[in-house]
Write a protein that binds this ligand. Structure first.
Ligand SMILES: NC(=O)c1ccc[n+]([C@@H]2O[C@H](COP(=O)([O-])OP(=O)(O)OC[C@H]3O[C@@H](n4cnc5c(N)ncnc54)[C@H](OP(=O)(O)O)[C@@H]3O)[C@@H](O)[C@H]2O)c1
Length: 392
């Protein structure tokens, strides 16, 4: 890994997305400390051109450029992600790709010994064991960007082992009795079951506290996102599923909590902006001085409230956690079925109630497929997607 003096090099995968743009806002405030050395997007040529013109990274790549011609020197195709993830000037790879498509880049970056600031939670859900092995073999590390897992990491400060060495993530932590992962509850928190089943796309995209990409916004409405996060927490820190709880916290100020073996609980708080966990992951283990986000005012916030999850109203959460417990290819099947179902919901060919129905049917058929290596996981992923695309 060649890392010169001066600002730390960041490869930004998914530069045109919600997290990608958040990262650009954060880095713009810390140019003396960070710079982008590689950037990728999927098909958004105009957005990537704007980002590249702003940051002038050494490598720029578009995964699916279609018929359009690209500026000279740009990369194209799925290999772009791998090339950016292994970029010699990058010490940190911020993986902000959405979906299982991000897994290969996570593995490549860890194999090259990089720190992966991981927003792409699907990498850990689909290929948790592979990610662990890649970190150990390559000497890389995973620092979560998801606000809940960033909160857990901050609460666990000093206790987290690093695969291969002893830094952050991907090894069991000692002394933890319980993780309490918070969920905003999404836009349907107070809706009755029948109304949720018939929810329209505009309703699902109307998130009360977070502004995010469309896929994760729908996942937040169904609580699929929380299922992915429970699996992510299990993979990152080795805490058994029966000791990971989800609690609804509508204000999204407490980002998660850790209960230790003596009964003491640490929580991490902050205003709901992804700028905080992005900056924490980029600067880890340092705290970078920053005044870019609104300050939390406890008096103005007044009440922080917590509620139980209504499992009858949000069946996707239990489906995902059960898939995590089942192991093998089941988490990859859950993820792929969910991605395909959300894509159909976004396209208007599946109802909101159809999302858990399609996932449950796919898990029934594909949940026991083998999942011991990448080809097996990709085959299970493909089987689930094909099935859900035709699900009625
Ligand atoms: N948004 C949040 O606040 C938030 C919070 C926590 C975790 N996350 C996680 O962060 C990840 C990104 O979420 P997001 O909300 O930023 O998503 P998003 O707004 O949809 O952006 C996704 C980014 O990935 C690129 N991309 C999409 N499909 C791709 C593919 N097949 N191959 C390569 N690149 C692809 C997109 O490029 P184009 O623009 O060219 O399509 C875009 O740059 C997700 O895993 C999500 O769960 C997000």
């Amino acid at each position: 890994m060649t890392v010169g003096r001066g600002p730390q090099g960041i490869a930004l995968l998914g530069a045109t997305g919600s997290i990608g743009e958040t990262a650009q806002r954060v880095v713009a405030r810390h140019r003396e400390r960070f710079r982008f050395v590689a950037m990728t997007a999927h098909g958004n040529l105009a957005g990537l051109k704007t980002a590249a013109a702003t940051w002038n990274p050494g490598f720029v790549g578009l995964v699916e450029p279609g018929a359009e011609s690209l500026p000279a020197g740009w990369g194209r195709g799925a290999d772009c992600l791998i090339e950016a993830a292994r970029h010699p000037d990058a010490s940190v790879v911020l993986n902000a790709v959405v979906g299982a498509a991000g897994l290969g880049a996570t593995l490549a970056a860890l194999g090259a010994g990089k720190r992966v600031a991981l927003a792409n939670k699907e990498s850990l859900v689909v290929g948790g064991a592979l990610v662990q092995r890649a970190a150990i073999a390559g000497g890389g590390e995973v620092i979560p960007v998801d606000s809940e897992h960033s909160a857990l990491l901050q609460c666990l400060a000093g206790r987290v082992g690093r695969a291969g060495r002893d830094g952050a993530g991907l090894l069991p932590v000692a002394g933890v009795r319980r993780f309490i992962i918070t969920a905003s509850g999404g836009p349907f928190r107070t809706w009755d079951v029948e109304r949720i089943r018939a929810a329209r796309l505009a309703d699902a995209l109307n998130h009360p506290t977070w502004a995010m990409g469309k896929k994760i916004t729908v996942d937040s409405a169904s609580l699929a996102n929380k299922a992915l996060e429970v699996i992510e927490a299990h993979v990152l820190y080795g805490v058994p599923y029966e000791r990971i709880e989800v609690v609804v916290h509508p204000q999204s100020i407490v980002h998660s909590m850790v209960e230790f073996e003596d009964g003491s609980i640490l929580a991490q708080l902050g205003v709901p902006t992804m700028e905080l966990p992005v900056l924490y992951a980029l600067g880890y283990p340092d705290r970078v001085e920053d005044h870019g986000v609104p300050r939390f005012d406890p008096v103005a916030a007044a009440a922080l409230t917590f509620e139980a999850v209504r499992h009858d109203a949000f069946p996707t959460l239990e489906l995902g956690i059960a898939a995590g417990r089942r192991g093998g290819a089941a988490p990859a099947v859950f993820n792929a079925a969910n991605e395909a179902a959300v894509s159909r919901f976004l396209g208007g060919t599946l109802s909101f109630a159809g999302i858990p129905a399609a996932i449950a049917a796919s898990l029934e058929r594909h949940g026991d497929l083998p999942g011991e290596d990448l080809p097996a996981l990709l085959a299970a992923d493909a089987a689930a997607r094909t099935y859900v695309q035709e699900f009625r």
